[in-house]
Design a protein around this ligand. Structure first.
Ligand SMILES: Cc1cc2nc3c(=O)[nH]c(=O)nc-3n(C[C@H](O)[C@H](O)[C@H](O)COP(=O)(O)O)c2cc1C
Length: 369
């Protein structure tokens, strides 16, 4: 069986993680998905970033009702938020007054695509108050592993340790690594640019060995572009102790992705998934749709976080309700080109782990003894 020291640290059977994917209202990392992966011997992860603290607590408890195995929660804690404590209404107003060209761009989208306006009915925006409250819930609930993306986990590590939890930090470059090591995380996830969701610019193959070499023995988990056992085996060959897999689990039967978005992922080619700042202000890889070209043609620079997210969320909400999923962001990575069918999460996990085992055994034939 595929096993690395990370399995003992986390109490899991195989070193394969279902990545945190915090999209719109928890449609991807449902309690059923997270529990299915953990029950199958890997580690499931709730993408907590799009949930209110109360929703997050509810999802954690629903996962617990479905599994007694360890699972994780991933939170996005942006380091540089462009506002502190702004409500959605205040941010909308700020955009209208101080960024009229951005405001006009989105107004024109409604007209051009014939979408009736429908502002999102969600108080939640990315503020430090929100991310603090989300982290409080995860720590109070004592979830086995808390993964922090984008930000600085320093304040959280001692609190999580005191609850017997482990903490992981996601990095996309060597520059990000220092902050994670200084915060004394238990593991580092090195994510290459081919991944779905927020990404840096370095690909997994050059990133991973550099992070492994610089991590000073802290276990490294590979992310970005891994969708079968060959990818897991390659990650281990490059020095990782595990694989953090997102896009491949978008094909899991337990997600509640909209069928149109699922079809884009199963039918799309790797090159159909492009990195853009449109949706949040940070580069994120999503299925390329007509808005991408319209944004590029506008020559506008993305606003900071959370302004850019607030700017687009109303339009995305309206497009979703109008059934225009072809205009709604659908984050996924280049590995989508490898996917063609919906399968139970346990089968996806089994193929990743057993496929890696087979591949590693097969590689011996390249050694001429
Ligand atoms: C739909 C989707 C949503 C994501 N949301 C988050 C998120 O909320 N937080 C985060 O740290 N990473 C997020 N990611 C990145 C994943 O955690 C993971 O690093 C990535 O999917 C790994 O690369 P892969 O997609 O090639 O497997 C997301 C990825 C996808 C595909």
């Amino acid at each position: 069986m595929l096993r690395t020291p990370l399995c003992d640290m986390l109490g899991i059977g195989v070193p394969v993680f279902q990545a945190g994917m915090g999209i719109y209202r928890g449609l991807v990392t449902t309690p059923e998905l997270v529990a299915a992966v953990s029950n199958a011997g890997g580690m499931g992860c709730i993408g907590g970033s799009g949930l209110t603290p109360d929703e997050l607590r509810d999802v954690i408890r629903r996962v617990r009702a479905l599994t007694d195995r360890p699972f994780a929660v991933d939170l996005i804690i942006p380091t540089a938020l462009s506002t502190r404590g702004g409500t959605r209404a205040e941010i909308r107003d700020d955009i209208r007054r101080h960024h009229p060209r951005h405001f006009a761009f989105v107004e024109a989208l409604y007209e051009r695509h014939g979408i009736p306006r429908l502002p999102i009915d969600l108080a939640l925006t990315w503020t430090p108050e929100l991310t603090d409250a989300q982290a409080d819930v995860v720590i109070e609930e004592g979830v086995a592993l808390l993964v922090i993306a984008l930000g600085d986990p320093a304040a959280l590590v001692p609190r999580a340790r005191a609850r017997g939890m482990r903490i992981g930090g996601l990095v996309g470059s060597l520059g990000n690594l220092r902050r994670q090591l200084d915060a004394d995380v238990d593991l580092v996830i090195a994510q290459g640019t081919e991944a779905g969701g927020h990404v840096g610019s370095v690909a997994t193959f050059p990133l991973l060995p550099q992070i492994v070499d610089a991590a000073g023995g802290v276990p490294v988990v590979a992310a970005g572009g891994i969708a079968d056992g060959r990818g897991v085996a390659a990650a281990l060959a490059l020095g990782a102790q595990g694989a953090w897999v997102g896009t491949a689990f978008l094909a899991a039967a337990e997600t509640r992705l909209h069928p149109q978005h699922r079809a884009q992922i199963l039918g799309g080619r790797s090159e159909d998934f492009a990195a853009t700042r449109i949706y949040t202000g940070k580069t994120a890889r999503t299925f390329r749709n007509p808005i991408h070209a319209e944004w590029s043609a506008s020559g506008l620079e993305a606003l900071g976080m959370p302004h850019q997210k607030v700017l687009f969320e109303d339009f995305l909400n309206a497009a979703r309700h109008a059934g225009r999923l072809d205009l709604v962001s659908n984050p996924a990575g280049q590995a989508a080109g490898m996917l063609s069918e919906v399968r139970p999460a346990a089968a996806i996990l089994r193929d990743l782990a057993e496929g890696a085992e087979r591949r590693i055994a097969e590689l011996n034939r390249f050694i001429d003894r």
